[in-house]
Design a protein around this ligand. Structure first.
Ligand code: AMP
Length: 289
């Protein structure tokens, strides 16, 4: 496995597989790899000749008071983990390599990037679109892998792929969870053991919302059910708990599929999660583990 830091080297290493028309799969990450990331890598490995994992903590997607500086970084462990999964190439550029001095062009995420996570984190999805567009331009992957865990990111990226005519297929992989339902996240490492217990409230809230929808209640009732679970958990502060239509993130259609989305802070750590629920088929709401 090769670790490459320069964009020019990345392009030249990928020339041979491209000339041979070998499929290239890309897994974009910010590192601190866990089983959630690795599930994407395995999916990429199963279906492509060449697998590229990018590791880049993207400053553009962090707000000024957010955790860019303290975000967990462990490149040595990430390289070992990627190698063990049969990754061909790790692309780990510096900030200057990705964003040369004078950089001014931003890829805008549009209306989808201004609701929910976008409302709480202004500019976040423009940062995501910009870095993912750059990665698509550099790697020119046939397939790119993203996690359902960041469901709004998936929607924003799919929109960008259509709008900017990228020739890449976006594959979405299910959320990997701990046994008690907590979605794996690099930010879970911030949690004290007490906070880790409290963090279960996010999944318990989603499950309460799911049960609400499954018994025929509307999205508003599900939102109250989710908020109630969080309100009962000391030290967990709700940002939003919403029931939305899964594609548009607007109001859900009566009896149609519902996406339950939640964001809450556990102590200083902000966590997000979501669950897709189809009232016509309650099996869609099972935990993916
Ligand atoms: P990140 O390093 O947080 O930017 O995540 C890189 C990719 O891994 C994104 O597509 C995430 O949605 C995905 N990912 C993160 N956590 C999980 C998880 N628990 N299950 C599945 N995918 C995940």
């Amino acid at each position: 496995m090769k670790v490459v830091r320069a964009a020019a080297e990345l392009r030249s290493v990928l020339e041979a597989p491209k000339r041979a028309a070998r499929s290239v799969g890309l897994v974009p990450t910010m590192g601190a790899l866990h089983e959630g990331h690795l599930s994407l890598v395995r999916e990429a490995r199963r279906s492509n000749d060449t697998v590229v994992v990018s590791i880049f903590v993207n400053p553009l997607q962090f707000g000024p008071s957010e955790d860019f500086r303290s975000y967990p970084r462990d490149e040595a462990a990430d390289v070992v983990a990627a190698d063990a999964e049969g990754v061909d190439l790790v692309f780990a550029p510096s900030v200057d390599e990705m964003y040369p001095p004078g950089r001014s062009t931003i890829v805008g995420s549009g209306p989808l990037g201004t609701v929910l996570e976008g409302a709480s984190r202004p500019g976040h999805f423009d940062g995501v679109c910009t870095v993912v567009a750059k990665l698509f331009n550099l790697v020119e992957p046939d397939v790119a892998y993203f996690g359902q865990k960041d469901v709004q990111q998936v929607a924003v990226i799919k929109r960008m792929v259509t709008d900017l005519s990228y020739r890449v297929r976006v594959v979405v992989c299910p959320t990997v969870r701990e046994k008690d339902g907590l979605a794996l996240s690099s930010r879970n490492s911030y949690l004290s053991s007490e906070e880790r217990q409290r963090a279960r409230a996010l999944f318990r809230a989603l499950d309460a919302g799911r049960r609400s929808i499954a018994t025929g209640e509307n999205g508003r009732v599900a939102e109250v059910a989710m908020a109630d679970v969080v309100a009962a958990e000391k030290g967990v502060e709700l940002d939003y708990a919403r029931a939305v239509e899964p594609e548009s993130f607007d109001e859900p259609h009566p009896d149609g599929p519902v996406l339950l989305v939640i964001a809450a802070s556990v102590g200083q750590t902000r966590l997000i999660d979501n669950l897709h629920v189809d009232p016509r088929d309650d099996r869609s709401a099972r935990v993916v583990s």
